[in-house]
Design a protein around this ligand. Structure first.
Ligand code: SAM
Length: 274
């Protein structure tokens, strides 16, 4: 099964829902995207692939007049999102279960001002999703998404290198959106205009790194199932020891992209790359 198959995604993230709140880097990554997205009051914002709602809540906290809709296909991630949202007494968010590839079939809000997607677009057919999202945007509405640079995070690259030694080849899921050029291509192919692309880094805490094996084991359970018990234990041992010895695994290169609906855009200016 591949990361683009809905059953795979739903299963993998239902499984991860209870521990996802401990993922410090996902929170930082989502909150930085929200900063870059520059959300304004009295707007309607969709958080596509909202997961446990980290970006959705960061937006909702900015101003009570912002209406936020979080969309995800993992019911358990959404249960967590709802629970935390009630806990924080935020009343300007609703969560919807559905496939974020086709927001036009899932949401009832018309004229969306902004769609954010943190750490989610890699699971979707990218151009198809971006084209569909542009159809629900208001004139001049924007899309802000994040992506790991190709070969990042380093822990994932290490996992792929070590599994390759056992004969299991795993593609880099970051590659399709892993450079400014690749992001630009998808954005333009979907008929959108690039506003800005930021190249930055996110940092991983010791807790994040401590859960890296478990995260990869869950994500690639089908591939790892071909290994014998001993081969799998040896792979885990190598992964954990190389991860603890490798310099630079505590940060990853990432991209934050902002695109805009071309409709009603009068001034064609070039993109800002930061
Ligand atoms: C790595 S998590 C990111 C969650 C959240 N945006 C964050 O920043 O923490 C990816 C999320 O995308 C969701 N997802 C993947 N494919 C999806 C799809 N086609 N439709 C809706 N949600 C999807 C998963 O269920 C998961 O919750």
């Amino acid at each position: 099964m591949s990361a683009h198959q809905p059953e795979f995604v739903e299963h993998a993230f239902n499984d991860r829902a209870d521990t996802y709140r401990h993922s410090n880097w996902h929170r930082d990554y989502a909150e930085r995207l929200v900063q870059i997205a520059d959300v304004t009051a009295h707007t309607t914002v969709i958080d596509a692939c909202t997961g446990t709602g980290m970006a959705a809540r960061a937006i909702a906290r900015l101003d009570p007049t912002i209406r936020v809709v979080g969309v995800d296909m993992s019911q358990k991630m959404l249960d967590r999102a709802r629970h935390e949202t009630v806990h924080q007494s935020l009343t300007n968010i609703r969560f919807v279960h559905g496939d974020a590839t086709s927001l036009s079939d899932v949401i009832t809000e018309g004229d969306v001002d902004l769609i954010v997607c943190s750490a989610g677009l890699l699971y979707l057919p990218i151009t198809e999703a971006l084209s569909n999202w542009s159809s629900v945007l208001s004139a001049g509405g924007r899309i802000a998404f994040s992506s790991m640079a190709t070969g990042n995070p380093p822990a994932a690259e290490l996992f792929r290198r070590l599994t390759a030694d056992t004969g299991i080849m795993i593609d880099d899921p970051s590659a399709p959106l892993g450079t400014p050029g690749a992001c630009r291509e998808h954005i333009e192919r979907a008929g959108l205009r690039i506003v800005e692309i930021h190249e930055e880094q996110v940092h991983f805490t010791p807790t994040d790194l401590g859960s890296a094996w478990a995260v990869h084991e869950r994500m690639y359970t089908e591939q790892l199932d071909v290994l014998s018990h001993d081969a799998r234990a040896a792979l885990e041992h190598r992964f954990r020891s190389e991860l603890s010895e490798t310099v630079g695994v505590d940060r990853a290169d990432v991209l934050y992209c902002v695109a805009q609906n071309r409709i009603a855009i009068r001034d064609e200016v070039g993109p800002d790359v930061h």
